[in-house]
Ligand binder design. Structure first.
Ligand code: GUN
Ligand code: ZN
Length: 420
């Protein structure tokens, strides 16, 4: 387990990219970053022409949609969403009722995720609330988790009334309740009264909410038959009180203008997961329509449909899938994988203010990657060079990762827990 109760102090030098929530990225060719007790205390440009072998420094990534009980099978199965869930994912998640299994996987997941440079996020758990305290004990502040609530349409062993799972979450110690997410898996897995129960607890507790929305054509058709009273898929969640500024919905690929307007009005955030969408052949997220409608969005891995834990891989595929369809820039990709999701998460914990940025007062989360050799580097050309790698290279690209001011990963101690 990472020791985060005594956050560390230190400093480092390098070139630095500073993403911000206004969508801009500042570049400091030579900088010194200093932190104390787990927070940045100084970001200082240096008047030097050269720092030999200096790395490129980025803030720790923030991932608002990732399934930790799927990490050990990430990228292993093909097919479309519904057969993939039934044949590969639900059998894998069924193992997590056993607390010792969950603990082993939580430890490996945290090691693999931080090695890839992600320092905070919103995580889907197994269907069992028993594995939530296991994950929250193994992970540091900034990691939020909720069991994937399932009440129907899956093998009996995975199903529980929503009220049972919600009661188990409300019985957790206060310190864990501060990092709980209400997580109805998706509308086909939860009956209308279960969704309403989730909405009621969300209103009472002000906990974050996460689910999946409009990912796949067969899924959408199924939702229409299961909820004939609803106007559309988005309305299913709206009726249950599950939309709003504290909600992240993954995907949002096949939404009508009416649905986009409702998401924008309610300030619901879409987690855009291009690597997952490619792996499950789900389609392309209509980025231009989302932007025009004013729907907030971030980039996320959706591991295990997404095959790689690195947000650098997501950024690369984001640029590739929208090329020729919608404007997508490397600097925007970086801000949507760091500063924007960081600001979203910080609404639940004031200690996370500045998360996903390199700024004085922000959590001292830092990723050091090899500095690309470029004659006149800019944020766009640096990111372009950084993203020109094979998918597998991204998970081991960080030379060092600092989490709450302490070394969470150094390149010589690399281990890979992926099952082969
Ligand atoms: N929809 C419901 N459950 C899941 C899941 O585990 N992964 C993805 N990508 N979509 C889902
Ligand atoms: Zn997902």
């Amino acid at each position: 387990m990472l020791e985060t109760t005594t956050p560390g102090s230190g400093s480092t030098r390098g070139a630095a990219l500073l993403p911000r929530t206004d969508g801009q990225v500042e570049f400091l060719p030579h900088a010194e970053l200093t932190w104390h007790d787990g927070r940045f205390t100084e970001i200082r440009p240096l008047a030097t022409s050269r720092l030999p072998d200096a790395p490129l420094l980025l803030p720790g990534f923030v991932d608002l949609h990732c399934h930790w009980p799927q990490s050990h099978v990430r990228g292993q199965f093909g097919g479309q969403l519904l057969p993939w869930l039934r044949e590969a994912i639900w059998p894998a998640e069924a193992e997590f009722l056993e607390v010792s299994v969950a603990q082993l996987h939580a430890q490996r997941f945290l090691a693999d995720l931080t090695r890839a440079g992600t320092c905070a996020g919103l995580f889907f758990g197994s269907p069992f609330a028993e594995s939530t305290p296991v994950f929250l004990t193994e992970t540091p502040r900034g990691f939020f988790e909720g069991p994937a609530i399932m009440t129907r349409n899956a093998p009996e062993a995975l199903l529980r009334p929503a009220s049972t799972t919600l009661a188990m979450l409300r019985a957790l110690p206060e310190s864990h309740q501060q990092r709980v997410v209400i997580s109805p898996r998706f509308a086909p897995s939860v009956d209308a009264s279960g969704l309403r129960a989730c909405g009621e607890v969300a209103r009472e507790t002000q906990w974050p909410v996460q689910s999946h929305l409009s990912e796949n054509a067969d899924e959408i058709a199924w939702v229409a038959t299961l909820f004939p009273e609803a106007r559309d898929y988005t309305d299913v969640y709206d009726r249950a009180g599950l939309l709003g500024p504290r909600t992240v919905m993954a995907h949002g690929l096949h939404l009508s203008d009416q649905e986009l307007a409702r998401l924008a009005d309610s300030h619901t955030t879409i987690a855009h997961c291009p690597t997952s969408n490619e792996a499950l052949a789900s389609g392309r997220m209509p980025l231009d329509r989302l932007r025009r409608a004013g729907v907030p969005w971030v980039l996320a891995t959706d591991v295990g449909a997404g095959p790689i834990l690195s947000q650098l891989h997501v950024m690369q595929r984001f640029l590739a899938v929208h090329s020729g369809h919608a404007e997508a820039t490397p600097t925007e990709a970086l801000t949507r994988a760091t500063a924007f999701p960081g600001a979203w998460l910080a609404q639940f914990d004031s200690a996370l203010g500045g998360l996903g940025t390199l700024a004085v007062g922000a959590p001292a989360h830092l990723v050091a990657v090899p500095m690309p050799e470029l004659p006149r580097p800019t944020p766009a050309t640096l990111l372009g060079a950084l993203l020109a790698h094979t998918p597998e290279a991204f998970e081991t690209m960080p030379r060092a990762v600092i989490l709450w001011g302490q070394v969470a990963h150094a390149a010589h101690a690399v281990k890979n827990s992926r099952q082969r």
